[in-house]
Design a protein around this ligand. Structure first.
Ligand code: UD1
Length: 363
């Protein structure tokens, strides 16, 4: 069986690692790793391959940045040649980034079977580019591997036949469980006993000047009581610079960092008093770690992090963010439990399904 994995952006890397490892342990499997090059900075890409102990990509499509249409089209153009020459039995795609939908569309048109890891998640918000990527990918994929039962429900409601859907658990948590013992704090000038770890990169937060200004203003106000540790995504850094938004120079209050490696970010998450984020995966990681998470979004495609985990959606309501922080600092943060099948074995379950699948899936 020949499996071809397509990855492109930072959150894909920790998801592919456990599936590669699990398929390596299966006899008669050959694997090809294709990186689209959607993320290309060393600290957005290469460092993850090193820290996750992953082989270098066999093929890099080198698409780089661009508008959504340009990026998606470039992956399609370049990936079609690879799919035609490699002729895999399975193309395996991850998450919800532009590379995911582009590779799925190409494969489906070529009649190559597609397995989607992290299928079925829905925010219900079509203004979010990832939601469009999820909807299209899941309609076209042959095998839908879900991280939580809400994913199965969403897919059934969209008319996907039950035999194409498998609840396998969360691959991102496989990687977290494996690497938590190696997590190491980054060498930073100052880290307070209590701090809020912040990440922001969603267009809805960082591409609107008023919204970004309001979030930063709140963080600066909060930093009088609680250190803000803020590894900045390249797009967010560019917006702050271009719009001249003010941040204090004092790292004891606001510690600005470049994007971090996986092990360093994981160590910070584990030590954080609270995490403030608009990321998808970080909502899940904090739930696993039992660290309170305040999500600066109106909705989430990962509802188990709210119903079972430590996540609270604060939306655009900065007063709610402030009051939730006050409760956390008073020791009244949300506690939770670890969702079903977030147990470190999702990659193994996926490998067993892929190897055991009949040649044609009932459609
Ligand atoms: C992408 C994903 C998002 C994911 C995020 C994680 C889509 C639609 N979005 O968003 O779901 O949560 O990755 O980081 O696929 N840039 C660099 N260096 C890089 C990569 C990007 O400087 O290595 C800058 C470029 O200016 C680029 C911008 O960041 O234009 C945005 O990158 P892009 O890949 O388009 O989207 P992300 O915001 O990273």
């Amino acid at each position: 069986m020949k499996a071809l994995h397509v990855i492109g952006a930072r959150p894909n890397f920790m998801k592919v690692a456990p599936v590669l490892r699990a398929l390596d342990a299966q006899p008669g499997v050959t694997q090809v790793l294709v990186h689209t090059g959607q993320h290309y900075d060393r600290n957005m890409s290469d460092i993850f391959f090193e820290q996750l102990g992953m082989r270098a990509p066999d093929i890099n499509l080198g698409v780089g940045s661009g508008s959504h249409a340009v990026q998606t089209a470039q992956v399609m153009l370049r990936f079609e040649e690879v799919a035609l020459s490699e002729r895999p039995d399975w193309v395996i795609v991850y998450g919800d980034v532009n590379s995911t939908v582009a590779a799925t569309l190409v494969s489906a048109k070529l009649g190559v079977r597609v397995a989607h890891v992290e299928a079925g998640l829905r925010s219900g918000d079509r203004a979010m580019p990832e939601e469009l990527n999820r909807l299209v990918t899941d309609q076209l994929a042959d095998l839908l591997l879900t991280p939580s039962p809400d994913g199965d429900d969403n897919l059934r409601h969209e008319g996907i036949p039950a035999e194409r859907i498998r609840f396998v658990g969360n691959v991102m948590i496989d990687t977290l469980i494996r690497l938590l013992p190696q997590a190491v704090l980054p060498p930073v000038p100052t880290l307070a006993e209590k701090f809020a770890l912040v990440t922001l990169h969603r267009p809805s937060n960082v591409d609107e000047p008023a919204m970004l200004a309001s979030i930063l203003e709140t963080l600066v106000a909060v930093s009088r009581d609680l250190q803000i540790v803020f590894p900045i995504h390249p797009r967010t850094r560019a917006r702050i610079r271009d719009w001249g938004l003010p941040l204090p120079e004092d790292p004891a209050r606001v510690l600005l960092l470049d994007p971090l490696g996986y092990l360093e970010f994981l160590a910070l998450q584990r030590r954080a008093t609270v995490v403030i984020t608009d990321s998808g995966g970080i909502q899940e990681e904090t739930t696993y770690l039992g660290v309170p998470c305040l999500t600066v979004r109106e909705n989430t495609e990962r509802p188990v992090t709210v119903t079972e985990g430590t996540n609270i959606l604060v939306g655009r309501d900065m007063a709610l963010l402030r009051s939730a922080l006050t409760a956390i600092l008073a020791g009244q943060g949300k506690t939770g439990q670890i969702p079903a099948l977030w147990d470190g074995r999702a990659g193994e379950r996926i490998a067993e399904i892929l190897v055991g699948e009949p040649a044609v899936i009932g459609v």
